[in-house]
Write a protein that binds this ligand. Structure first.
Ligand SMILES: Nc1ncnc2c1ncn2[C@@H]1O[C@H](COP(=O)(O)OP(=O)(O)O)[C@@H](O)[C@H]1O
Ligand SMILES: [Mg+2]
Length: 177
C-alpha cells in the first residue's frame, strides 16, 4: 500500500538498546494516539524466533514471520514501531525514521543498570560509538526521512516528544487537506 493511502503515519523509532526508545514511544503513543508496537515483545508473543544466540544469550528474530505478523497493521497506518534494528522492515512501511543517540558513558551506565555485562555490554556500547544503527537506517531509508535525535537527558526527551508530536500533527493536516 502506498504511503498516500494511509490516513495516519507510521513512525520507526530505532537505535542501540538503552537509548530510550521504549520510554519515548510509550509517551508518544499517549500524546498522539498512535499505537506503540514494541517489536521485541510482539516477537515473543507470536513466537517469531528462529534459534538461540549463545553468545548474546538471546533468541534470534524470525524477521519474515514478524513482518507477516505486522503487515496488516502497518498497511492501515497509525503505528510507532520500536526496535533496535531497522534494515529488514519493508521501506514502504515508514513515513519517518528517528534514530535515538546517547553518549557512550551515559549508555554504559544505563546498560549496566539493566544488568548487561561483559561482551553484551561492550558490543552494545560499541554499536552506539560506531553509529551502526544510524548507518543501517541511512542505508535502508531515503536520507531525508531519517533523523537523529539526542537522548541523554530528560530535557532531550521532552524536546523529542514535542518534535515528533508536531510532525504527526502536520502529517495529519496534510493528509486531510
Ligand atoms: N532521555 C532520557 N534521559 C534520561 N534517561 C533516559 C532517557 N531515555 C531513556 N532513559 C532511561 O534509560 C533506560 C533505557 O531506556 P529504554 O526506553 O528502556 O531504552 P530502549 O527501549 O531503547 O532499550 C531507562 O531506565 C530509561 O528510564
Ligand atoms: Mg525498549
Amino acid at each position: 500500500m502506498e504511503t498516500s493511502q494511509r490516513i495516519m503515519p507510521n513512525i520507526l523509532v530505532t537505535g542501540t538498546p538503552g537509548v530510550g526508545k521504549s520510554t519515548v514511544c510509550e509517551q508518544l503513543a499517549e500524546r498522539t494516539g498512535l499505537e506503540w508496537l514494541e517489536v521485541g515483545k510482539i516477537a515473543k508473543d507470536c513466537e517469531c524466533f528462529e534459534e538461540f544466540d549463545e553468545v548474546y544469550q538471546c533468541p534470534v528474530l524470525d524477521e519474515d514471520k514478524l513482518i507477516d505478523e505486522l503487515e496488516d497493521k502497518m498497511a492501515q497506518g497509525g503505528n510507532i514501531v520500536d526496535y533496535h534494528g531497522c534494515d529488514f522492515f519493508p521501506e514502504r512501511w515508514f513515513d519517518i525514521v528517528f534514530v535515538l543517540r546517547t553518549n557512550n558513558t551515559v549508555l554504559y551506565d544505563r546498560l549496566t543498570h539493566r544488568g548487561y555485562t561483559g561482551k553484551k555490554l561492550e558490543d552494545n556500547v560499541q554499536c552506539e560509538i560506531f553509529q551502526t544503527i544510524l548507518e543501517e537506517a541511512q542505508a535502508a531509508y531515503k536520507p531525508d526521512i531519517v533523523h537523529q535525535l539526542p537522548s541523554n537527558t530528560a530535557d532531550d526527551m521532552e524536546e523529542n516528544l514535542d518534535k515528533i508530536t508536531a510532525w504527526v500533527e502536520q502529517w495529519k493536516m496534510r493528509a486531510s487537506s
